[in-house]
Design a protein around this ligand. Structure first.
Ligand code: C2E
Ligand code: CA
Ligand code: CA
Length: 745
């Protein structure tokens, strides 16, 4: 804009200046023309007397008719045409007549002018140009339309110049005196008429008027003033005779004085405006770029922790895999999934705000433990991913150690110290996968395994895990179809009362006969059902089947197992109510076995569900007591009807003093709280007697019967010989007796 502004100003200035110059040049040309016209008009005056028969005959070397010459030349030319000096020379250029300052002079007076006029005389006589500057022959060009004078025009010669005479500028012309009618009078070299008209103020004023050129002056010094131009006025003889000055029209004046400043203002304004505009534009585009960068950052970062997000991390893995120079014997890319253990519990019990703070604290801690070049991202929820490049196989192990070390110190949230552990799943490229998808999937599988193995550990991916996952996935798919295909059924395992020795109940246990795999144990497929969200359907199906079967044995307590997920994902009271209505189920005969898992996640809703179920009359049993957390708080907080002591205590009771002590304590505690105590996994007579002695009220296990098909249970009951509980304090019992299974016996 500056460039074009300056260019525009230059163009306007040039236009103004050149218009002025052109005008001045035109004026100078007009002046020049006016001088040429002046010469022509002097010649015109001379011609009127020089081309005349009388003038030829009356003025000759022999005789000059002075009276005639005075009246027709000297006086006539000076009075009529204003010539200042008039001379007539003969054929040899000797003066015949001189007239100056309004009176006749001696002819020899011409000699004072001869030197000044020699060149002109030479031009006229010789018909050639002299050292005088040439001028267009205006006079000659106007002598074409004569008829009478045509002869004279042919004979005559003339010439005229502006030159300095006696040091003064003057128009000087010379013309030969020739006959106009009787051409025979023309003999030899004709006489020459010379006129001198001094260029004085009058002369200039006349031109000024004619050309409408104000302020035209001829002066010694160049004139000064606004719009006045001054030019050297040089005669045709090259003599400088002064300065010709006039007021020029200056057509470019408005352009230069009005338009140019306006344009300059405009350019300046446009410059300032556009400068402002560019500044704003730049500001805006900078802002835009900033916002763009911000939103790009936002799209690639996690808002909560400020760490790169999943998308960003996947790009990073892509990048490393593509040009990380990885090799099976050298450099590896290690991907570690880090999952905060029991984060959900923290969230549920302490609130989401604390959960968020913990996520941030863990992010900060992990970040502080990274080495330069490592990459950390938040994958969502409580899951983080850490990537690093390792120079050897041990790199993965070192990363695992570094991550684990980050969780040894407790975290401080709101001034509260919190011990948090993490499960870590690690996969390495190229060992465990060469694509991003493979690597991340395998790290995820390893993480899953770490959680399954009890959390708070780092697990490396192995090929077995992948196979396991494959199997699990296949089982999951088949399990969903198992109900329709009628592959599921229930088996019942009798429960014997220590008091009567009779079968007083049975536990319903899920069975699945897979067309290809055969019997799949519930310990395999129930966790899969729980993980895949199928547990609710499966559990409901199982309850319905058990409720139906219950009618066959109106005297037995039938126990069913409930998964924690059934509390979360289904409306248990409603389902149970439906079963009561549909099958005439007697709630008091139905025992709901729940594990500590249910209570561990206990919140207002699970507690109220349990209360509601109990209020409907259902019995409850705390299953697998002694594994897990075994907190007595559960026993106090919730009033179970039964406690089922885990099989492991029964198995260990003969060898472990601790196990015996625990079983005894739990039994007496349960009795104190008015609960039934069930011993699970009783396999020998010895165990049965021991458990009975320790105070268990019911026994369940292979010693009495394995779980049996629904059709077989009735027969089993009728066949069953009541078991003889030991009398108290039989010392022989302490010795180990490897009793046979009663049922098989
Ligand atoms: P659980 O509730 O502790 O069930 C008892 C398990 O111990 C049964 O295994 C049973 O066959 C086994 N058992 C009984 N007596 C003995 C014994 O003397 N020696 C030994 N070694 N084992 C004995 P099963 O049927 O394989 O069930 C395993 C687990 O699967 C169950 O443990 C229960 O937690 C779960 N489960 C089974 N059916 C269901 C169900 O319908 N729903 C839910 N949610 N879980 C179920
Ligand atoms: Ca059970
Ligand atoms: Ca159990």
């Amino acid at each position: 804009i500056t460039f074009f502004g300056i260019l525009l100003l230059a163009i306007v200035a040039f236009a103004g200046w050149s218009a002025n110059r052109a005008a001045t040049e035109t004026e100078a040309a007009l002046l020049e023309n006016a001088f040429n016209q002046a010469i022509a008009s002097v010649l015109d005056g001379q011609k009127s007397v020089a081309w005349w028969d009388d003038a030829v005959s009356k003025i000759s070397d022999e005789h000059v008719d002075l009276e005639f010459t005075d009246s027709n030349f000297g006086v006539f030319l000076t009075e009529t045409y204003g010539h200042n000096e008039v001379y007539i020379l003969n054929g040899k250029d000797q003066p015949l007549y001189s007239y100056a300052e309004e009176e006749r002079r001696e002819p020899a007076a011409f000699e004072a002018r001869r030197e000044d006029l020699t060149s002109l005389i030479f031009e006229v006589r010789e018909g050639r140009t002299s050292n005088l500057r040439g001028r267009p022959d205006e006079f000659g060009q106007s002598q074409t339309n004569y008829k009478v004078l045509a002869g004279a025009v042919k004979l005559a010669r003339w010439g005229g110049h502006i030159m300095s005479v006696d040091g003064r500028p003057a128009v000087v012309t010379a013309i030969t005196i020739v006959p106009n009618v009787d051409l025979s009078l023309h003999r030899g070299v004709p006489n020459l008429l010379i006129s001198v008209i001094y260029i004085n103020d009058d002369f200039i004023a006349k031109i000024s008027r004619a050309l409408l050129m104000p302020e035209l002056k001829l002066s010694a010094e160049p004139a000064r003033g606004r719009a006045i131009v001054s030019q050297r006025f040089v005669g045709d003889d090259g003599i400088d005779v002064g300065n010709l000055s006039w007021e020029t029209r200056r057509p470019g004046h408005v352009l230069l004085t009005v338009i140019l400043p306006l344009v300059a203002c405009g350019v300046l304004g446009a410059g300032i405006l556009s400068n402002q505009m560019f500044k704003r534009l730049r500001h805006a585009s900078e802002e835009l770029a900033q916002r763009e960068a911000k939103s790009r950052h936002a799209s690639r970062h996690d808002a909560l922790s400020g760490l790169p997000n999943r998308m960003h991390m996947l790009e990073k893995v892509d990048e490393w895999l593509a040009k990380g120079n990885l090799s099976p014997n050298g450099r590896r890319a290690v991907a570690a999934y880090v999952d905060i253990d029991k984060f959900k519990d923290i969230n549920d019990t302490l609130g989401h705000e604390t959960g968020d703070k913990l996520v941030r604290a863990v992010a900060e801690r992990l970040r502080s433990r990274l080495r330069a070049g490592d990459f950390i991202a938040r994958f969502g929820g409580d899951e983080f991913t850490i990537l690093c490049l390792a120079e050897d196989e041990q790199g993965g192990k070192r990363l695992a150690e570094r991550i684990s070390a980050a969780f040894t110190e407790p975290f401080s949230i709101d001034g509260q110290s919190m011990r948090v552990k993490a499960s870590i799943g690690i996969a390495m490229a190229p060992d465990h996968g060469t694509t991003t998808d493979e690597l991340m999937r395998h790290a995820d599988i390893a993480l899953y395994d770490a959680k399954r193995q009890g959390r708070d550990r780092a697990i490396f991916f192995t090929a077995d895990m992948a196979r396991d996952v494959e199997t699990r996935r296949a089982i999951e798919v088949d399990l969903r179809a198992a109900i329709e295909r009628n592959e599921l059924r229930l088996q019942y395992q009798p429960i014997v009362s220590c008091r009567t020795g009779e079968i007083v109940g049975a536990e319903a246990l899920l069975r699945w006969r897979h067309p290809e795999r055969g019997e799949v144990p519930p310990t395999t497929f129930i966790p899969i059902a729980e993980d895949s969200g199928f547990m609710a359907t499966l559990g409901t199906w199982m309850l319905d089947r058990a409720a139906r079967d219950t009618k066959r044995w109106p005297d037995l307590d039938i126990a069913v197992n409930l998964s924690p997920l059934q509390f979360r994902q289904t409306d248990l009271p409603k389902i149970m109510k439906g079963l009561v209505d549909a099958h005439g189920l007697v709630p008091q005969r139905f025992v709901l076995e729940i594990t500590e898992g249910v209570l561990l996640e206990a919140n207002a809703s699970t507690t109220s569900t349990l209360d509601a179920l109990q209020a409907m009359g259902f019995q409850t049993a705390l299953d697998d007591f002694g594994t897990g957390y075994s907190s007595l708080v559960y026993l106090c907080n919730f009033k179970f009807n039964k406690i089922k002591i885990d099989r492991s205590f029964v198995t260990n009771a003969s060898s472990s003093e601790t196990s015996r002590a625990i079983v005894q304590s739990v039994a007496s505690l349960g009795r104190g709280l008015g609960m039934e105590i069930v011993a699970e996994g009783v396999e020998t007579e010895y165990q049965a007697q021991l458990m009975s002695l320790f105070g268990c009220t019911e026994l369940q296990g292979y010693y009495f019967s394995r779980p049996v098909e629904v059709e077989q249970l009735s027969a089993l009951i009728t066949k069953f010989k009541p078991w003889q509980a030991p009398a108290l304090a039989r010392p022989a019992l302490i010795e180990h007796t490897s009793g046979q299974s009663k049922a098989s016996a």
